[in-house]
Ligand binder design. Structure first.
Ligand SMILES: Nc1ncnc2c1ncn2[C@@H]1O[C@H](COP(=O)(O)OP(=O)(O)OP(=O)(O)O)[C@@H](O)[C@H]1O
Ligand SMILES: [Mg+2]
Length: 323
């Protein structure tokens, strides 16, 4: 039987749940992550992102549900390092070992040639740091080393937990281009973040969780909603009436009594309607869709069905004790 399909592997999450004691950290989550695309795994702090990633990697046993990669649970993949690369938060490196040595040890255990180690240090932009003890690495350097380790076996699937944390703006831009080229080569990429803004320009798809529950999954373009225009005038209600007569959906803007939001990107049409109604136009422009507000709306106010409040009911983490 072949290890993975030649052209990518889909991650399938079905009804995945995890309870720590009575606290439900992940609650009946289902979604797919497709090859050739970058999927952003989003949610506020404590939403359950890392726990989900750990379940995909077989590091935490689900209370219910399944997570498979290319149709198999992680534990059933014969050469995991060559199939799935992962960089989880707070990945610990032996502090006294250099970055290069760290990767060499990993490469050795997986039968990967050491030439790949230098190739990756170069690729992730830390060749100069290769001889330095990992304990002396900055946060950004640790992220890059973690990414190198994840990529050692040239895996088909990449799971990255908050990889932009600690990167400078140049590093973030580099990461964006790097992930894009990997996705273009057909890899399946799941990248978590608690900030939509951070991944907005990077991802094709989003999976948003809040309080352990899935609140949205799909193409990021669908989050934007329909294109709208903003027009300011002396008599907004008259303009709204005129726009509706012309079959253009319109409403008052929430934050400005002179502003109307029209659901169209055709500025000329809106201007013509105003002109025909004899109304002055004080301002007319396309309205940038505010993804950040959409994200806040989606992740606010969803309550866990176990415990009083998320924080109060959350037991102290017993990292690693749950296997
Ligand atoms: N081993 C554990 N024992 C008990 N509770 C845990 C354990 N691991 C995670 N939790 C709890 O599960 C919830 C989800 O944690 P998780 O680390 O998955 O969130 P996250 O989405 O990765 O958050 P962040 O953005 O802060 O990294 C939190 O309330 C956390 O305290
Ligand atoms: Mg996390």
């Amino acid at each position: 039987m072949t290890e993975t399909p030649a052209s990518g592997a889909t991650i399938e999450i079905r009804g995945l749940s995890k309870e720590f004691g009575t606290f439900r950290a992940v609650d009946d989550v289902s979604f797919d992550v497709h090859p050739g695309r970058i999927t952003g795994f989003l949610g506020p702090n404590g939403a359950g992102k890392t726990t989900t990633l750990r379940m995909i990697l077989g590091l935490v046993r689900p209370t219910a549900g399944t997570a498979t990669i290319g149709g198999r649970p992680y534990a059933a993949i014969h050469q995991p390092l060559r199939t799935v690369g992962a960089a989880l938060e707070a990945t610990s490196f032996h502090p006294g070992r250099s970055g290069r040595d760290h990767l060499r040890v990993l490469a050795d255990t997986a039968g990967i040639p050491t030439t790949r180690v230098d190739e990756l240090l170069e690729l992730t932009g830390i060749p100069a740091a290769a001889r330095k003890r990992a304990g002396e690495y900055s946060m950004g350097m640790r992220q890059r080393l973690g990414l190198s380790a994840a990529l050692l076996g040239d895996p088909q699937v990449l799971l990255l937990d908050e990889p932009a944390n600690g990167l400078d703006p140049e590093g973030i831009r580099w990461l964006r281009g790097f992930l894009r080229s990997l996705a273009d080569s057909g890899k399946t990429i799941l990248v978590s973040s608690h900030l939509l803004q951070e991944v907005e320009q990077t991802v094709d798809d989003v999976v948003i969780i809040s309080n352990g529950r899935l609140v949205r999954s799909g193409a990021i373009a669908e989050l934007h909603g329909p294109p709208t225009s903003l027009v300011r005038t002396s008599e907004p209600n008259r303009l709204i009436g005129a726009l509706r007569v012309s079959d253009i959906e319109a409403d008052l803007a929430a934050d400005d009594p002179t502003a109307v939001i029209a659901v169209t990107e055709d500025l000329r049409l809106v201007g013509d309607v105003a002109h025909r109604s004899g109304l002055p136009v004080w301002q007319l422009n396309h309205r940038a869709s505010d993804l950040e507000s959409v994200y806040f709306e989606l992740t606010e106010g969803t309550n866990r069905n176990l415990g009083a409040t998320a924080d109060a009911s959350s037991p102290a983490p017993t990292e690693g004790a749950d296997r």
